[in-house]
Design a protein. Structure first.
Length: 231
């Protein structure tokens, strides 16, 4: 079955979600194969036929779930976000941050660790940074990737950490996510493990901004970062 990919079209859709255990296992194998191929050959060279071959499923089975490689990438981005939030939940439970700045350090540290260790995450974390690919997480193309990420981080922090809400919190967190995303993408642009100087700058930037906008427990505007990020 031929693939139809066009940047002028909405991102591909997941045709159906698995319910039975065996179908779930196949679905996850296909996402695992997609992630491995992204690391090996990149998005442009990845094909659904190779994903199916590596996953050990007929190509027709793949197309029962996905309408093309954009749909595979979207499903992988959704899984990445779920894993990211689960890992943050565990991190917060083990050592709860005391304020928004410390929570941001945890977020940066977890993102960096996933960039370095999770297959496919270096190519597609929660979306695709290429032009016209801002709506990978939202099939309706109403909410951009980073806005959805900011919303999920807000919900997690308010629920897990009982951090204070604020009338302007949505905007503040969106700016923080956009700023951190921009610097961290720069950090990983030419180094698979990330440029440690830029990673540190991303943490300092977002901590300072959140401290200024939402209050801080740091000693002052020049306080050092938490040191959670291993560079």
């Amino acid at each position: 079955m031929p693939e139809v990919e066009s940047d002028s079209l909405p991102s591909g859709s997941v045709r159906r979600r698995p319910v039975q255990r065996r179908s779930v296992a196949r679905f996850e194998r296909m996402l695992d194969a997609c992630a491995a191929l992204l690391d090996d050959v990149g998005y442009d060279a990845m094909t659904t036929s190779e994903v199916a071959r590596r996953a050990g499923v007929p190509i027709g089975t793949l197309y029962q779930f996905f309408d093309g490689k954009q749909a595979l990438a979207r499903a992988l981005a959704e899984r990445n976000l779920d894993v990211f939030l689960d890992r943050l939940h565990a991190r917060f439970a083990a050592s709860p941050p005391g304020d928004w700045a410390d929570a941001a350090s945890c977020v940066v540290a977890e993102f960096v660790d996933m960039k370095r260790t999770v297959p496919g995450f270096a190519a597609i974390d929660f979306g695709d940074a290429r032009a016209g690919k801002l709506f990978m997480l939202d099939e309706e193309r109403q909410v951009e990737n980073n806005e959805l990420v900011a919303q999920q981080l807000k919900e997690l922090a308010l629920t897990d950490l009982k951090l204070p809400d604020d009338p302007g919190l949505d905007t503040v967190l969106l700016v923080a996510v956009e700023a951190a995303d921009g610097v961290l993408r720069l950090a990983f642009r030419h180094r698979l493990d990330g440029d440690p100087r830029l990673i540190a700058e991303a943490e300092t930037l977002v901590r300072g901004y959140l401290s200024a906008r939402l209050g801080r427990t740091d000693d002052g505007p020049n306080a050092e970062s938490s040191g959670d990020v291993t560079v």
